[in-house]
Design a protein around this ligand. Structure first.
Ligand SMILES: Cc1ncc(COP(=O)(O)O)c(C=O)c1O
Length: 388
């Protein structure tokens, strides 16, 4: 039979699918599963946030909205960032988006042309490479490396590789490692790239999942309004809203009209009721963030302790995000090994190849789960891990 896709050589056809998704799909409907592969909290969205959405729906807020987001939410996001980062940004720098993923798409679309060079770091959330690749960019990456002091990026190596790039993408705190840039590093990068006229896309979706302070160091704290800086953020992680699909961009004001056009020609706008929910999250969600971060920190302690019991496992402990990214010495095919763990124990881990094609013995576990669940996962996995 001739398939509709025969002779098609589209970017969509060429791009590989997500390894983690492939594994998770194979376990659909499996009973007694402990899924630690996706990056989401185990708790559902706090009630006060859900109530705001329900109220908006009850009030008939079911129509198209402004392409850049409802003015009340754009203003609340600007105020939130001004308070958090002690800066003074105007509302016209904010665009509300349909998730962090949509924000990334809009950010890349607004600045990339076919063949432009884009440089980022590895290991990486796969979408950060796939999105610019789908838009025709020449995607390159520099490895961050595990050291005695945690994950480190050689900034000079990165800047060297970024020569000739139109844009760099820095995801700090990083998925999957938790690696975080400090302010000195951010200043050094910003100064150099400012001189070169290179754009920075900062993916800050884990900025509030930071265990050393209120928020991770941010380019927004040290930049000027018309720097070539786009910051991607999301309500998914810090406010436990992964299923709501809402995020935002912070832009130089001169780029905002471009993003408005791109939004118009894609999804047009973000639903009104999710924007009401997001308003409650960002104005009344500080207690929730604090409580859930304390909970994640406890789970991180348990994961660290349990992983330290295996002599063949290396785990550079993170201080941000909610992932344990660890290496099992002796594994040569982490997709096959993650499948084995899944089949024999019902625990779902993400294989390292999802984040770096060369990371054949690394695994990611999301610890935004109760300590009981994490202990149960390790109780189940221990015999297998010891026999490796
Ligand atoms: C680094 C990073 N950026 C962006 C996203 C997208 O988040 P969402 O589309 O759920 O807002 C994720 C999700 O896992 C992520 O890990």
């Amino acid at each position: 039979m001739t398939l509709a896709t025969d002779q098609l050589n589209s970017r969509g056809l060429r791009i590989s699918g997500s390894a983690t998704r492939e594994l998770a799909n194979s376990a659909m409907g499996r009973e007694n599963l402990i899924p630690l592969w996706f990056g989401e909290p185990d708790q559902s969205t706090p009630q006060f946030i859900c109530d705001s959405a329900a109220k908006a729906l009850k009030n008939g807020e079911t129509f198209y909205t402004e392409g850049l987001g409802k003015p009340f939410l754009r203003e609340a996001i600007a105020t939130y960032q001004n308070n958090l980062y002690d800066c003074n940004m105007a509302t016209d720098r904010i665009a509300v988006t349909l998730s962090g993923g949509n924000a990334l798409n809009l950010a890349f679309q607004s600045i990339l042309d076919d063949g432009d060079k884009m440089v980022t770091t590895l290991p990486s959330f796969p979408n950060l490479l796939a999105i610019p690749a789908l838009q025709g960019a020449d995607v390159q990456a520099v490895n961050i490396r595990p050291t005695e002091d945690g994950w480190k990026l050689d900034i000079d190596e990165f800047l060297d590789r970024a020569k000739g790039a139109k844009v760099v993408l820095l995801n700090s705190p990083n998925n999957p490692t938790g690696w975080t840039l400090n302010h000195d590093e951010q200043r050094y990068i910003l100064d150099e790239l400012r001189n070169r006229g290179t754009w920075i896309i900062a993916d800050d979706v884990y900025s509030r999942l930071y265990y050393d302070g209120k928020a991770a160091p941010a380019f927004l704290e040290i930049s000027q309004p018309e720097d070539r800086l786009i910051v991607v953020n999301s309500f998914s992680k810090a406010w436990a809203m992964t299923g709501w699909r809402i995020g935002w961009l912070t832009l130089p004001a001169s780029l905002t009209p471009t993003v408005e056009k791109l939004m118009e020609y894609s999804a047009a706008c973000v639903p009104a009721f999710t924007q009401h929910a997001a308003l409650s999250a960002i104005t009344k969600g500080e207690d929730f963030i604090e409580t859930s971060n304390q909970r994640y920190l406890k789970s991180l302690e348990v994961v660290s302790k349990r992983l330290s019991e295996f002599p063949n496992i290396k785990f550079p402990r993170p201080n941000a995000a909610f992932y344990a990214y660890f290496q099992i010495n002796g594994v040569t095919d982490n997709m096959a090994y993650a499948r084995k763990i899944l089949d024999e124990t019902g625990v779902g881990l993400a294989p390292g190849i999802a984040f770096d094609p060369d990371a054949k013995d690394w695994f990611r576990l999301c610890f935004a789960n109760s300590t009981d669940r994490i202990n149960e996962a390790f109780d189940r996995m221990t015999p297998l891990l010891l026999s490796q």
